[in-house]
Design a protein around this ligand. Structure first.
Ligand SMILES: O=c1[nH]cnc2c1ncn2[C@@H]1O[C@H](CO)[C@@H](O)[C@H]1O
Ligand SMILES: [Zn+2]
Length: 373
C-alpha cells in the first residue's frame, strides 16, 4: 500500500470552499492590486504558514476568522474569476475529476457587486478553468454550491439566487459558518423554497455542534447531504458506552466486529437512508472536531458502511489537497485502495449532478482506474 500514488487516482470532491482554496501567491497579488492592506504577511512562505497556523486553533470560530483575508481580496469580478479558474486548474492537477465548489456570494458585495454579478464572474472563471484543464489533458467537471451564512439573514435570497442560476454551473445550495448558536432551522423558509423548486442542498452540521444539529438539518430542513456530520459518532455505542468515550480506541475499532456497534436512532437513519457525509479529516483536526487523523471517525463510519465521502474543505487553511487527504488516511489510518475507491464512488453517487452524468463518471472514469489488476 505504501506505493500507492494518490495523485494519479481519479478523485471526487463534494466539499471544497472557493474562499478557502486560494493560492497564497494569488492572495498576495490580489491584495496588492486592490490596495488591501490588512494581510498578516508580505511573502508567500510566511503567508501560507500564517493561514495554516491561524487555522490550527482548535476552534471553528477562530478558524473562520482567517477567511477575512481571502474574502477581502475577492471583491471584484476579475478577482472572483481568477480565483475560480485557479481553483479548477489546481483541483484538476491533483487528479480531481469532479468537484462541487462552494462559497458565500453575500460575502463578496463589499465593492458594489450584486449577487448575480458575483455568481456570473465566478462561473466565468470555473468554465475557463475547465477549458484550461482540458487543454492540459486533465478533464474535470465542476459544479457550484452557493452558501448562505448561517449567522446572517440572507438565506432566502441566496436560495433564490441558486434557483435562478441552476443549470449554468450551479447545482445546489449550502449553509455554512459558525454552527454553535446558529441552528439551521432558523433558515427553514430557504429550505422550503429550495424543495419547492426541486433544488438540491447540503448543510454544514455536526462539526462544532453535535446530534441536535444533525437531527435538525435532516428532519426539519430536509438536507440531502451533511457537511462534515462527523459528530454522528456520538450516536454510536460499543459495549454499552458511546464510542466517543474511547477515541483512542478508534485505532482498534477496525478489529471489532461491525455488528458489535449499536447505532442510535439518528445514526441508523443516516446510515439506512444513505445520507452522504462530506467528511474533511484535516479540517476537523484543526477545528477540534476530531482528535487526529488516526482516530478520525471517517474510518469507523466507512467500516460500518455509512455513505462516507472524503473532502478537502479548505485547501489553503489546511495546506492540503485531495491526494494529501487520501495519503494521510493511507499512511495513518490503514486505508487501502479499495477504501479510496469506495469514497470516490460514494461521492459520485451523492453528487448534485444528473443521474446519467454521475453514472458516466463512475463507469467511465472511476471504475476503470480503480479496478486494474
Ligand atoms: O468547515 C467549515 N464549517 C463552517 N463554515 C465554514 C467551513 N469552512 C469554511 N466555512 C465558511 O464558509 C464560507 C463560505 O465558503 C467561508 O467564508 C467560511 O466562513
Ligand atoms: Zn466546509
Amino acid at each position: 500500500m505504501t506505493t500507492l500514488d494518490t495523485r494519479e487516482l481519479p478523485k471526487v470532491v463534494l466539499h471544497d470552499h472557493l474562499d478557502g482554496g486560494l493560492r497564497p501567491a494569488t492572495v498576495l497579488e490580489l491584495a496588492q492590486e486592490q490596495g488591501y492592506a490588512a494581510l498578516p504577511a508580505s511573502d508567500v512562505g510566511t503567508l501560507a504558514a500564517w493561514f495554516a497556523d491561524a487555522a490550527d486553533s482548535g476552534s471553528l470560530v477562530r478558524y473562520l476568522e482567517t477567511f477575512d483575508h481571502t474574502v477581502g481580496v475577492m471583491q471584484t469580478e476579475d478577482a472572483l474569476a481568477r480565483v475560480a479558474r485557479e481553483c479548477v486548474v489546481d483541483l484538476a492537477e491533483d487528479g480531481v475529476v469532479y468537484a462541487e465548489v462552494r462559497y458565500a456570494p453575500e460575502q463578496h458585495l463589499q465593492r458594489g457587486l450584486t449577487l448575480d454579478q458575483v455568481v456570473e464572474a465566478a462561473n466565468r472563471g470555473f468554465r475557463e478553468g475547465e477549458e484550461e484543464a482540458a487543454s492540459a489533458g486533465r478533464r474535470i467537471r465542476v459544479r457550484v454550491l452557493p452558501s448562505a451564512m448561517r449567522h446572517a439573514a440572507r438565506a432566502v435570497e441566496i436560495a433564490q439566487l441558486t434557483v435562478r442560476h441552476l443549470g449554468d454551473q450551479v447545482a445546489g445550495f449550502d449553509i455554512a459558518g459558525a454552527e454553535d448558536g446558529h441552528p439551521p432551522t432558523r433558515h427553514l423558509a430557504a429550505f422550503d423554497y429550495l424543495r419547492q423548486h426541486n433544488a438540491h442542498f447540503t448543510i454544514h452540521a455536526g462539526e462544532a455542534f453535535g446530534l441536535p444539529s444533525i437531527w435538525e438539518a435532516i428532519q426539519f430542513c430536509g438536507a440531502e447531504r451533511l457537511g462534515h456530520g462527523v459528530r454522528i459518532v456520538d450516536d454510536i455505542r460499543l459495549d454499552g458506552r458511546p464510542v466517543t468515550d474511547d477515541l483512542a480506541g478508534a485505532i482498534r475499532w477496525a478489529a471489532v466486529e461491525p455488528n458489535a456497534f449499536e447505532l442510535g436512532p439518528l445514526a441508523a437513519y443516516v446510515k439506512d437512508r444513505r445520507i452522504p457525509l462530506e467528511m474533511c479529516p484535516s479540517s476537523n483536526v484543526q477545528t477540534g472536531a476530531a482528535e487526529s487523523i488516526e482516530t478520525h471517525p471517517i474510518s469507523l463510519l466507512k467500516d460500518l458502511n455509512f455513505r462516507v465521502t472524503l473532502n478537502t474543505d479548505n485547501r489553503l487553511m489546511s495546506a492540503t489537497s485531495m491526494s494529501r487527504e487520501a495519503q494521510l488516511l493511507v499512511d495513518r489510518a490503514d486505508w487501502q485502495l479499495s477504501d479510496l475507491r469506495r469514497v470516490a464512488v460514494n461521492a459520485m453517487k451523492s453528487a448534485f449532478l444528473p443521474f446519467d452524468e454521475r453514472l458516466e463518471i463512475i463507469e467511465g472514469v472511476l471504475k476503470p482506474a480503480y479496478d486494474v489488476g
